[in-house]
Design a binder for this molecule. Structure first.
Ligand code: GLC
Length: 545
């Protein structure tokens, strides 16, 4: 099993969207006090709890909240809506006492326009911090080039007072830092040290592939796709993935590794058609980021061929000891249970179970998104309640991201037990069906499956450390792979279909079933996989049955 220094290879990580996890002070917005109250739910050291090893908390720094914390105005403090530094230190202590590590969000591609660095930079062309951001003169009275902002419109904002444009990859309220200026790197690295000294266990780096833009600010070519937004019709050759990222990430890795047992995971935004090859580059030869997210599953339909090829390519692309991650949902995309849903309620849950078994048995670090363990769905938010800038700008083309950020349903009762007040987003409409209280009591629930599997993983080194071999010739509709460590080999067989599938069993895979969903009639020569059945069969290790 991974040692204390590289615990992150063996961990199950749980993402908390802090505004929506638990409200501890009754103002309708989740906070640090709420997280502390729910730590035992996450892991109390016994298999009665979910058993996660680390939490990644989406941004909790002071912010004017134009992008709900992804626009930071002070990197070394906590926004009062969530608590304060003292409370954060208590959270660290309480989490560590339970063996739960804490991963902070690091949004350093851009700051808030209210960050003192930007206020100083904007003040005059002569400001000492002018060059901390990307300022350019107008070109023929217009924007310096054709780059577009992810949230819509041009990526350049004109500043009347100083007669120049500044660049923002997201909102105008999120000006991009100029990473070509060594003072920026120094200031950010000092801030990173501040959190490492405080004892945080790692960082999630927001849009890490965007920090550098081409020095010449070359125009992006346009791809003539007939679908999507103008942003998606550009090929983003010059506003991301620049080679200068790699030396920077090597320096960042050295800094983080100078504190034993800390980690990092990078969010690498993908363009249409891209996959694991892109994030893999940002892990280098295991000497850049410790981990990166590969979002290819977010764009995968419910197809074993598609899933298999994402996994295979991801494994092929990672260099040296670089380690994969897997994730099905986060705070930016429609929840996967809804993406994979069919008209049948039963089948929708069955698919979520198959997906969970896959997520927790692939070789790599799984990242869970709060609520997925109870099967929370994407929720349609009425237009007048939309607060996400994406939804506000793109409605009805894109309803925005509020639907995956609905407050956690702890109970079937008022406000889902999340708060005593009206929550900041509408409460979870299906809380009668999906809530923690009910799910915990049900031995057949999705929650029970997550919980059991997470604890089985902890007790089964082959599922964590074992090499992985995809079985190429499994029958259509079945995704199967072996995890092997020493004499132990575990076959994972997942039936994505609604009918029974028979899969010939290689003699070396014959053993005892250590985990299953949906009973089936598996035999020795042929595995008979019932509709949406998932099985783990262990051979070797001295305990075949
Ligand atoms: C990342 C975040 C997203 C945010 C954006 C700008 O993609 O995950 O929530 O809006 O960066 O910071």
């Amino acid at each position: 099993m991974p040692g204390p220094e590289d615990w992150w290879r063996g961990a199950v990580v749980y993402q908390i969207y802090p505004r929506s996890f638990m409200d501890g002070n009754g103002d309708g917005i989740g906070d640090l006090q709420g997280i502390i109250e729910k730590l035992d739910y996450l892991n109390d050291g016994t298999p009665e709890s979910l058993g996660v090893d680390a939490i990644w908390i989406s941004p909790i720094y002071p912010s004017p909240m134009f992008d709900f914390g992804h626009d930071i105005s002070d990197y070394e403090s906590i926004d009062p809506v969530f608590g304060d530094l003292e409370l954060f230190e208590r959270l660290l202590e309480e989490a560590h006492a339970r063996g739960i590590r804490i991963i902070m969000d690091l949004v350093i591609n851009h700051t808030s326009h209210r960050h003192p660095w930007f206020e100083e930079s904007r003040a005059s062309r002569q400001s000492d911090k002018r060059d901390w951001y990307i300022w350019r003169d107008p070109k023929n009275g217009k924007e310096p080039n054709n780059w577009l902002a992810f949230f819509g419109g041009n990526a350049w904002e004109y500043d009347e007072a100083t007669g120049q444009f500044y660049y923002h990859a997201f909102l105008p309220e999120q000006p991009d830092l100029n990473w070509r200026n060594p003072e920026v790197e120094k200031a950010v690295f000092d801030m990173v040290r501040f959190w490492l000294d405080l004892g945080v266990d790692g960082f999630r780096l927001d849009v890490v592939n965007l920090y550098f833009k081409s020095e010449q600010l070359t125009d992006n070519p346009t791809r003539y796709l007939h679908v999507g937004r103008a942003f998606d019709r550009q090929l983003h050759l010059h506003d991301r993935n620049q080679p200068e990222m790699h030396p920077l990430l090597k320096r960042f890795r050295q800094l983080v590794d100078s504190y034993p047992g800390r980690t990092s995971v990078g969010e690498v935004t993908l363009q249409r058609g891209e996959d694991g090859a892109v994030p893999a580059r940002f892990q280098g030869d295991d000497d850049e980021l410790h981990l990166t997210f590969n979002f290819a599953f977010f764009f995968s339909s419910w197809s074993t061929e598609r899933f298999r090829s994402v996994i295979q390519h991801w494994e092929e692309m990672l260099q040296g000891d670089s380690w994969p991650t897997y994730t099905l949902s986060n705070h930016d995309y429609e929840r996967h249970i809804s993406r994979f849903a069919t008209r049948s309620e039963h089948e929708t849950i069955a698919r979520a179970k198959v997906a969970a078994v896959m997520l927790l048995t692939l070789r790599g670090t799984p990242f869970l998104y709060y609520g997925e363990e109870i099967g929370m769905r994407e929720q349609r938010v009425p237009r007048k309640r939309i607060v996400d800038p994406v939804g506000i700008r793109y409605w009805p083309l894109h309803p925005g991201r509020d639907g995956c950020r609905i407050p956690m349903a702890w109970t079937a009762g008022d406000h889902g037990g999340f708060s005593t007040a009206d929550p900041w987003l509408p409460e979870y409409a299906r809380r009668q069906q999906e809530n923690v209280e009910t799910a915990r009591a049900d031995s057949d629930s999705l929650f029970t499956l997550y919980r059991k599997l997470i604890w089985l993983r902890k007790a089964t080194p082959a599922l964590v450390d074992g090499e992985m071999e995809l079985i190429e010739d499994s029958p259509p509709g079945v995704l199967a792979y072996r995890r092997r460590l020493g004499p132990v080999s575990i076959l994972v067989a997942l039936n994505f279909e609604r009918h029974t599938v028979r899969m010939p069993l290689d003699p070396r895979d014959r053993g005892r079933v250590i985990f299953r969903i949906v009973s089936g009639t598996e035999t020795q020569e042929v595995l008979e996989l019932g509709p949406h059945q998932a099985l783990l069969v262990q051979a070797g290790g001295g305990s075949e049955g």
